[in-house]
Design a protein around this ligand. Sequence first.
Ligand SMILES: [Zn+2]
Length: 307
Amino acid sequence: MKKLLLIIAALGISLTAQAAAIPEPQVVRITPRIYALLGPVGLPSPHNQGYMVNTTVIVGERGVILIDSGSSDEVGSHLAKAIAKITPKPVTHIINTHHHGDHHLGNSAFKNARVLSSEECRKLVEKTGAEWVALMENLVGHKLPNTRPVPADVTVPGDSRTESSLQDVKLLLWAPKGSHTPGDLMVWLPDDKVLIGGDILVNGLVPNLRDANLKNWITALRQVEELAPATVVPGHGPLMNKADVAKLHKMLVGFYAGVEGGYKKGLNDSEIRPTLDLSEWQKLKEYDAAMGANINRAYLEIEAENF
Ligand SMILES: [Zn+2]
């Protein structure tokens, strides 16, 4: 019996001391110079070690442009190893699509890279970065001693489109009016017809409206459809095509109209919920976790608009 207890104790120690391995990205070659590193889909957890975001690698003349860097220094280093299998060129630029920790807390793993974001994103990383580290530590179940927020050193203004060339790659830095967050930035590669959407585009999971402006988000999706991208890299989930973008757009339009209709009838958000057709939303991951808050958020936005 004593021996058994000793074995259990030993097992217990080894189980708590040993963190799960960070899952490998699914590497998809979109064009000869653009690769999507697709992360697992789900919330950050001890199982995925917080790795649950998509990252895009653009191989330029003398270096790599990396779009979004993961949720910790550890995840960033993990991505660096995957990038080294694609190209020996160093990561010289990071572009962050927004201030949510899963998209930028890996920046610190790329010591020599310049970091670019929207101006509002930079401010929000400065303001909320430490909170995101604490939240991530909580979700993965251990300390992240090497992880620290690295805000952008180069920014573009909100509601702007900036033509740029990095490592001889032509790109459009497109900061729409705050959609998923107040500081969104999308990246359009006109020569490749590839759009990197951050979380304005998500595939297979419920869009998160917590920091969103739904009306602007709907406008941004309409504009993405007008661009007619050949491939969209969403912030989470598998690659998207034009039809997938149209479907997401239609879903958000229907959702907004449903909540607005209920508001105009004088219903509150919990009374509106049963009147909505959520059949398409129900098919998506994180439905139970996100939907109540999403309805509340849309309701508050519509209430403010009508005030
Ligand atoms: Zn995200």
